[in-house]
Design a protein around this ligand. Structure first.
Ligand SMILES: [Zn+2]
Length: 246
């Protein structure tokens, strides 16, 4: 059986007026299934309010408190698609992060999607938090690299995410150089620790205003470390912190 499927970015369907106008617009399409992106809905345990608005068949809704643009929906407008049930799962990924105390992972996952970060820096932060940045230790464990050793000349230690961004000589040189520039911006009692650099977790909660300046800076520096490492691996270009591709 063939179905017509329509996909549309609705750019928020949160308010009553938006929901009504988008849904009545869709009613006019000769389509069996509608996939709605960027519904702009929060995470809720029930989406009954929106389900009731779509009266042509079942609908499945989702949302998130993580990113205000999140939320997709599937609207069915044909009796040939039967929904046997749907489950609402809290998408906020609060899974443990190595080396952090209980409660801190929530901060980590919030920082990964921090609105002050560029999208590519959010991706980098996400891979760092999950420890899946394709460094050699990660690739080697999946059978996708010959060695797990750090590619920096004279290093040879296992290249984990933490090694790349904190422990390797190249990383230590960078943090040593930028430390005196960053330290005056840190709240009293804070200094550059691996938890702060990797995940944005300070010894004590950092005021949002200060963090909004600090976190993109730290993330840019990590991105520079990663870029310079990739230049070295791909093109055998050896760079120093001052030459790094900022
Ligand atoms: Zn190294």
């Amino acid at each position: 059986m063939a179905f017509n499927i329509t996909t549309i970015n609705v750019r928020s369907i949160k308010t009553e007026i938006r929901a009504q106008s988008v849904l009545s617009f869709l009613e006019r399409f000769n389509s069996d299934v509608f996939l709605l992106q960027e519904c702009g809905l929060p995470f809720l345990s029930s989406y009954r309010k929106w389900e009731d608005k779509w009266q042509h068949g079942p609908s499945i809704w989702s949302g998130s408190n993580f990113n205000k643009n999140d939320g997709v929906a599937i609207l069915i407008k044909t009796p040939h698609v039967v929904v046997r049930g749907s489950t609402v799962v809290d998408r906020e990924p609060v899974c443990p992060v190595r080396g952090l105390a209980i409660g801190e992972p929530t901060t980590v996952w919030r920082n990964v999607a921090h609105p002050a970060l560029l999208n590519r820096h959010r991706d980098l932060s996400w891979m760092v938090a999950h420890e899946i940045l394709p460094v050699r230790a990660v690739m080697h464990s999946r059978g996708m690299a010959r060695t797990s050793a750090c590619p920096r000349p004279g290093c040879g230690q296992e290249e984990s995410v933490r090694h790349l961004l904190w422990e390797c000589r190249a990383a230590r040189d960078l943090w040593k150089e930028v430390g005196p520039l960053i330290s005056p911006c840190l709240p009293a009692g804070e200094d550059l620790t691996p938890q702060l650099v990797l995940y944005g977790v300070g010894r004590r909660p950092i005021p949002p205003k200060a963090f909004t300046k600090l976190w993109p800076t730290l993330t840019c520096l990590k991105a520079a470390l990663w870029s310079s490492r990739n230049l070295l691996v791909a093109k055998q270009v050896n760079t120093t912190p001052r030459q790094w591709p900022w």
